[in-house]
Design a protein around this ligand. Structure first.
Ligand SMILES: Nc1nc2c(c(=O)[nH]1)N[C@H]1C(S)=C(S)[C@@H](COP(=O)(O)O)O[C@H]1N2
Ligand SMILES: [Mo]
Length: 366
């Protein structure tokens, strides 16, 4: 554990439910989230492993290693003026979304997040690919791009770090960005200003905030958050002690599984019977577009199609809603998502010690 200084912590949105203050961790209600296709900044969850500071945009620099030109440094002005700017709409989701539900199955390790650690935003910046090419990085013999943020300390390692396959970074359709904008404005300190990595289709843990170093490697990042956390351990690993020796055997999570959540179920009573308005979100696995959402009020016997009310580009979340006539005064509604590859969200999901990637049917009582 590294001693951490929270004396420069910035003020945070007051619309969030606070799950911890040092580091600051907070999430909105899912019912508030689904009111917006593009999430406003003050409704975006905050997931931190250390303090959040307001860093000086003009003094900020990022270094790229691993090229014939040695270390190449880029100021924010370099990034903002030398490269073509891109915008991409992409959902950002923490691997711990819905952990609270998994904890009810059996105790897990981690912050008991409900179903609000997700958002959907328009990110603006430059393509990582363009910067790597500009820095003349050595593509031969390397298979991963490692990222780190040294500017603020964090709980479990000397810096926060992650990595992604080089293939994803270099893919013109991969849309990996070094971003300084969210929803058309300079990003807030909470989002990782001046610069954060945006990895569409990958879990939030890879989206390094306050990113200041990039290097190519033949290996994944050895950083704690890549190598020893954010992994789906098998159910027989039931304690931290058991987990300690096996982390390296299991793959890091890149993309989260197909998921859907019932954000609200509102009953309207009428002379001709009750109607239930059900709204929710769904998130895809990598880039497999969600083609249908179904809901059931009879424990999964009959499924009714919901309307998809929002999808944008290849990486956004999906919003959906449906009105169900003739329902009882109280009940339970389930949701399941189906993607273009024919994958369907299942009723159950295996327990894992870190409570990550939980994706059984969405559920809400009314
Ligand atoms: N430097 C740094 N980057 C980080 C983190 C962090 O603690 N430090 N948390 C990661 C995790 S686990 C998630 S889910 C997202 C959260 O981003 P947000 O706080 O903007 O919602 O940022 C990722 N990037
Ligand atoms: Mo996360």
């Amino acid at each position: 554990m590294i001693a951490m200084d929270y004396s420069r912590e910035v003020p945070h949105s007051e619309l969030l439910l606070v799950r911890g203050t040092q580091p600051f961790n907070a999430e909105p209600l899912a019912s508030a989230l689904v009111q917006f296709a593009i999430t406003p900044d003050d409704l975006v969850y905050c997931r931190n492993h250390g303090p959040v500071e307001d860093l000086d945009h003009d003094a900020y620099a990022m270094a790229v290693e691993g090229g014939s030109s040695g270390i190449v440094r880029y100021s924010m002005a370099d990034l903002e003026t030398k490269f073509e700017k891109y915008e991409v709409v992409a959902a950002l989701q923490c691997a711990g979304n819905r952990r609270k539900e998994m904890d009810k199955v059996k105790k897990v390790n981690g912050i008991l997040w409900d179903d609000g650690v997700v958002c959907n935003a328009r990110w603006g910046g430059v393509r990582l690919r363009d910067v790597l090419l500009d820095a003349n990085v050595e593509l031969e013999g390397n298979s991963h791009v490692q990222f780190a943020s040294h500017v603020t300390p964090c709980e479990d390692d000397t810096c926060y770090g992650s990595s992604i396959p080089l293939e994803k970074a270099m893919d013109e359709e991969g849309d990996v960005l070094l971003a300084w904008e969210m929803n058309g404005e300079y990003m807030s300190p909470d989002r990782g200003s001046p610069l954060r990595l945006v990895v569409p289709g990958y879990c939030g843990a890879r989206w390094v905030k306050w990113i200041d170093s990039i290097r190519l490697s033949s290996d994944e990042s050895p950083n704690y958050y890549q190598a020893r956390d954010y992994k789906i351990l098998p159910p027989e690993i039931e304690s931290k002690a058991q987990a300690a020796s096996v982390w390296s055997k299991y793959p890091s999570i890149n993309s989260l599984p197909l998921n859907s959540v019932v954000a609200c179920a509102t009953l309207r009573k009428g002379d001709l019977g009750n109607t239930l308005l059900v709204k929710g979100y769904a998130s895809q696995h990598i880039d497999a577009r969600i083609v249908a959402i179904e809901v059931s009020v009879d424990d999964g016997i009959l499924w009714h199609p919901a309307h998809i009310t929002y999808q944008e580009g290849r990486w956004s979340w999906t919003l959906w809603e449906v009105e169900l006539p003739g329902v009882e005064e109280h009940g339970t509604v389930y949701s399941r998502a189906i993607d273009e590859r024919g994958n369907m969200q299942q009723r159950e999901c295996k327990w894992n010690l870190r409570g990550v990637a939980f994706n059984p049917w969405g559920v809400r009582k009314w």
